[in-house]
Design a protein around this ligand. Structure first.
Ligand code: FAD
Length: 436
């Protein structure tokens, strides 16, 4: 191929509308071909070959293929180690520039650096943009110009800065004629990558204004089918635009919902500024806690057989549909860290395997919050009481009965630990660890 192309490397932004990197590629003046790489380094490590995320990506890649085909274009899809794929691509195509959107995970930053160097050796530009968050890196800093480590002042500043400029869409559609004209290119199938379909439909890509107008009242009740947006998988893979969603929430005047998007930005900037959180406690002294790490108890928690109905309901929801309500994520995570004194990293990894919306930044943030080791940690002596939580947030027991139908039968296990004892044990263990 002799024509010089611009490639746009899609990763967490599987859409053609309002996409920063795509917009810049389309305006580069060269014909544009999108690219997606199924990263073998990540995929080969997934034990369960029924993976909702891989299935979702395939579904969305095929949708993009159809949208591009209607314009006489296509997308390149490869399965391999990104650096190896790029080595092939630079031989196969005449590439002038590569455009992509920022990714804040340590692995991704290292990957992008290596690709950038490879391309630079060949005189190919590597241009990156902000796309998956509203504010990134140093855009929201404290008065002393340092990153925030507590959510409330961050959110105040975030809401204050949120204006039409930051929420403007990238009008990609105006430049769609720039897509390179070519016939369809092959796309690896689930089977070729050794995955099997789960076969369940994914949540809708949109949120109703109706939900946004009452989200503050419904969001904490897991029994409500539509109490929250269920948009997390779409935000994770960028099948919706964060700017469009924030605009919609702003228009509906839903500050509570906007605040959730703010938490999302907050955890991305924590990961970006404090990459040690991926393996260690944000507050280093919490690494001294002596976890009990009983494997049998961990397995009971994973299976949803702790004898605490709200915990078991949450874990079974996770195991069955790959999603768990936020309130119940908080309860199950707290139970693992505090009641069972199991290292938060074990729970984080388990959620990482099962969640269809798994995102390192939010998951790590949520787990460190529950363990008390994170940015906004509640004092360690505040231990959720799962029974009271259930009474408050599932007052009729509907959520619990749905996921734990055998609750009132002899088959349901006795509580794995007694609450008052476990609470005191957690407080004592934390106190001892933090005194080191
Ligand atoms: P909604 O309530 O409708 O919220 C809208 C969007 O806001 C969500 O889709 C999400 O993108 C964002 N959001 C909401 N709450 C949070 C939050 N606390 N932190 C960051 N972003 C938030 N969220 C993930 O996207 N991926 C994860 O891997 C993840 N792991 C978590 C682990 C724990 C232990 C906890 C306590 C929370 C975790 N969350 C995670 C945050 C939250 O539970 C989910 O975003 C939410 O349940 C997704 O459902 P929804 O789309 O209906 O959310």
């Amino acid at each position: 191929m002799s024509e010089t192309l611009s490639l746009v490397w899609l990763r967490r932004d599987l859409r053609l509308h309002d996409n920063a990197a795509l917009y810049h590629a389309l305006r580069s003046g060269r014909p544009v071909l999108p690219l997606f790489i199924f990263d073998r380094i990540i995929l080969d490590n997934l034990e369960d070959r029924h993976d909702r995320r891989v299935e979702f990506i395939i579904q969305e890649i095929n949708r993009l293929r159809d949208e591009l085909a209607q314009m006489g274009s296509a997308l390149i899809v490869r399965y391999g180690k990104p650096i190896d794929v790029w080595k092939e691509l630079v031989k196969q195509y005449n590439i002038g520039d590569v455009f992509t959107n920022h990714d804040y995970e340590v692995y991704a930053k290292d990957r992008d650096k290596a690709v950038c160097e490879l391309l630079a050796e060949r005189g190919i530009g590597f241009h990156t943009s902000k796309d998956q968050v509203i504010f990134e890196r140093d855009e929201v800093l404290s008065g002393s110009k340092s990153p925030y480590t507590v959510f409330t002042p961050y959110s105040r500043n975030w809401h204050g800065k949120l204006n039409a400029f930051y929420l403007k869409s990238y009008p990609t559609k105006q430049y769609f004629r720039q897509f390179y004209k070519t016939g369809a290119l092959s796309i690896p199938t689930l089977d070729e990558m050794n995955f099997r379909p789960v076969g369940e439909p994914f949540p809708a890509r949109t949120v109703a204004d109706k939900l946004l107008s009452k989200y503050g009242e419904t969001r904490d009740f897991p029994a409500l089918r539509h109490g929250t947006s269920q948009l997390s998988i779409h935000l994770r893979f960028g099948t919706i635009s964060i700017r469009e969603l924030a605009r919609q929430a702003k228009k509906a005047d839903d500050r509570t919902f906007l605040n959730e998007l703010c938490w999302r930005d907050f955890y991305f900037q924590v990961l970006d500024h404090f990459p040690h959180v991926e393996k260690h406690s944000f507050r280093r002294d919490y690494d001294h806690i002596k976890w009990r790490n009983r494997e049998d108890e961990f397995e009971a928690w994973c299976r949803g057989e702790t004898g605490y109905p709200i915990v078991d309901a949450g874990m079974r929801q996770l195991n069955t549909i790959g999603w768990m309500h936020n309130r119940v994520r908080m309860i199950t995570a707290s139970f693992l860290c505090k009641h069972l004194l199991i290292d938060w990293r074990w729970g984080e990894a388990y959620f990482g395997k099962k969640l269809r919306d798994y995102d390192l930044s939010a998951n790590n943030g949520g787990w460190q919050w529950a363990a008390g080791s994170g940015t906004d940690a509640a004092p360690y002596f505040r231990v959720f009481n799962p029974t009271l939580q259930a009474q408050k947030f599932d007052p009729k027991g509907e959520y619990i009965r749905h996921w734990v139908p055998e609750l009132n039968s002899l088959n349901y296990p006795q509580p794995i630990v007694e609450h008052a004892m476990a609470r005191q044990r957690a407080v004592d263990t934390y106190k001892k660890g933090l005194a080191k």
